[in-house]
Design a protein around this ligand. Structure first.
Ligand code: THU
Length: 144
């Protein structure tokens, strides 16, 4: 479990990243902050597209930034999402199935924490296994 202090810091960074969200089609703004085991934080926002399907969620933006810089070991991600003009506290914004699948690739489902952010000091932490029980991961394809 990450400390309360770290969870609060991640929540703040997810809310900050949410400001950069590009969401002209849905009006829904999401920010994420991903923590590595070494203590680095990578942020991301959702990036929509006129052709719709190329849209990337905030969580995957954070993961792809981190993995493309050599990171493979993660302990937690904070996610803050809601209508662009929503006031705090936000409602919980759980990651979509595609993002959960990306998490399965790099994270231990039993211990990786997904922090659903309502405000900097109001959040709810769940494990990846709670959000995606019986998830399909690298161990299903090859021996680990
Ligand atoms: N979205 C995210 O970025 N993360 C989530 O956890 C849920 C959905 C984005 C995708 C799209 O740009 C908008 O929110 C509405 O679905």
């Amino acid at each position: 479990m990450i400390t309360r202090e770290k969870a609060g810091e991640l929540a703040g960074k997810a809310l900050e990243a949410r400001r950069y969200s590009y969401h002209p089609y849905s009006g829904f703004a999401v920010g994420a902050a991903l923590l590595t085991r070494e203590g680095e934080i990578y942020t991301g926002c959702n990036i929509e597209n006129a052709a719709f399907t190329p849209t990337n969620c905030a969580e995957r933006t954070a993961f792809f930034k981190a993995v493309s810089e050599g990171e493979r070991d993660f302990t937690a991600i904070a996610v803050a999402g809601g209508a662009e003009d929503a006031a705090l506290p936000l409602e919980d914004c759980p990651p979509c199935g595609v993002c959960l699948q990306v998490m399965m690739e790099f994270c231990d489902p039993a211990s990786f924490e997904v922090i659903l952010v309502r405000s900097e000091d109001d959040y709810n932490s769940l494990t990846l296994a709670e959000l995606l029980p019986k998830g399909f991961g690298p161990g299903n394809v090859r021996e680990e």
